[in-house]
Design a protein around this ligand. Structure first.
Ligand SMILES: Cc1cc2nc3c(=O)[nH]c(=O)nc-3n(C[C@H](O)[C@H](O)[C@H](O)COP(=O)(O)O)c2cc1C
Ligand SMILES: C=C(O[C@@H]1CC(C(=O)O)=C[C@@H](OP(=O)(O)O)[C@H]1O)C(=O)O
Length: 367
């Protein structure tokens, strides 16, 4: 299936290229009866849309979602939901000039090696634009999860070295600044840092944090389909994501068992934890506390500074990229991380429904 599909029971396939006529997604396995309209999807897509200010690519796309199937009279029908987003601004400034060169840090070289043919008008399937389909699909998953009381809070935790300390968040700020940072002062520092990067014809990376609230204990598979492994796999499949942490992540390697273990306590009939170093998962199964994941995003590879590379004939050449590129990917990828997390949780929930005989009996009785 050439790696375009994710999930077991709640699946998503994305299709299309950055410079083709359109791109989109097919969501299969979404239960019938969910209220769903184009506006639900649009709200998500608008958070990723390019061409919105100086910290995003200048490529102007409306990114309007159209639902082609799987919804009737405002409700999902249980059949595949197909969503299309037309490309409107494919015109690129310089791709023909660099068509035989491999952009350092981008996927040109590896695509050439794998397929022997490449649509040089842009990144094709390796373009960040492919993530529009993921976000449209993730909006469907998030809508379903919201009905179950499962909610996502996703934001920019760091840009370059400007990092918001754990817990020092003002969530009301997330939508107030174009960098999606939950701290006004950090957003101002990050904006100044990005201005410097742009001046130097350079790009920057950063960290995205996603918190999942309302997930009950018991979701996730014990071996390969672990909640943390599945989240990491889905989030690592986003272009430019170079690392994923769950809970304290790499910090846990420097901790001690006595500090890193989260003590349990009984709160009436509920079992809770005093701390959450584990990030909401134990043994690959949710423990009922907030699931916390972070994604490390590298600096945008296409920078306008002169760089060294090779061409298809094996010559050492210098490359100048003058196209439309994000000086920082992080703010636009915030909603992509959320979408991938929502798709993963929706799928694991569906798989989980068959893990107990009592669950199957209940489903059978309700038929
Ligand atoms: C939302 C989003 C926007 C992106 N924008 C750009 C861009 O404008 N220019 C660019 O060179 N790469 C951009 N990228 C990154 C490339 O798609 C990515 O680096 C490339 O596919 C190579 O994959 P890798 O970095 O995972 O190895 C973007 C990625 C995402 C997720
Ligand atoms: C258009 C989008 O971002 C694009 C992501 C991208 C890349 O190489 O990843 C390269 C640029 O596109 P183009 O191929 O036109 O030069 C960005 O503008 C988008 O995300 O919608």
């Amino acid at each position: 299936m050439a790696g375009s599909t994710l999930g077991t029971l709640f699946t998503v396939t994305t299709w299309g290229e950055s410079h083709g006529a359109a791109l989109g997604a097919v969501v299969d396995g979404c239960p019938a009866g969910l209220s769903l309209c184009e506006e639900d999807i649009q709200k998500y897509l608008d958070r990723r849309k390019p061409g919105q200010g100086k910290y995003t690519t200048a490529r102007k796309e409306g990114d309007r979602a159209q639902i082609l199937s799987g919804v009737f009279e405002g409700k999902t029908t249980g059949t595949p939901i197909s969503i299309i987003i037309e490309n409107e601004d494919q015109r690129s400034r310089d791709y023909s000039a660099i068509k035989d060169c491999c952009r350092p840090g981008h996927a040109d070289y590896t695509f050439d090696q794998k397929y022997g043919i490449r649509d040089y008008r842009g990144g094709g399937r390796s373009s960040g634009r492919e993530t529009a389909g993921r976000v449209a699909a993730g909006a469907v998953a998030a809508k379903m999860l919201a009905e179950l009381g499962i909610h996502f809070t996703t934001y920019t935790k760091a840009i370059g070295d400007i990092s918001i300390p754990d817990g020092a968040y003002d969530f009301s700020q997330i939508t107030e600044n174009p960098l999606y940072m939950p701290s006004r002062s950090h957003a101002e520092l990050a904006a100044a840092f990005l201005e410097e990067c742009i001046q130097k014809q350079d790009s920057a990376g950063g960290v995205i944090e996603c918190r999942i609230d309302g997930l009950p204990a018991g979701i996730g598979e014990p071996v390969f389909g672990k909640l943390d492994a599945s989240l990491a796999g889905a989030v690592m499949s986003i272009g430019a994501v170079k690392g994923v942490e769950i809970g304290d992540g790499f910090g846990a390697a420097r901790s001690f068992g006595s500090l890193n273990n989260d003590p349990f306590y009984a709160d009436g009939p509920a079992v809770r934890k005093k701390t959450n170093h584990a990030g909401g998962t134990l043994g690959g199964i949710s423990d009922g506390s907030t699931v916390i994941l972070r994604a490390a995003v590298k600096p945008t590879p296409s920078i306008s500074r002169e760089q060294e590379t090779v061409d298809r004939n094996g010559n050492n050449v210098r490359i100048f990229i003058h196209g439309r590129h994000d000086p920082v990917i992080v703010p636009r990828a915030v909603v992509v991380v959320e979408a991938m997390a929502a798709l993963t949780v929706a799928d694991l929930l569906m798989v989980n429904m068959s893990s107990r005989l009592s669950g199957i009996k209940k489903f059978y009785r309700d038929l």
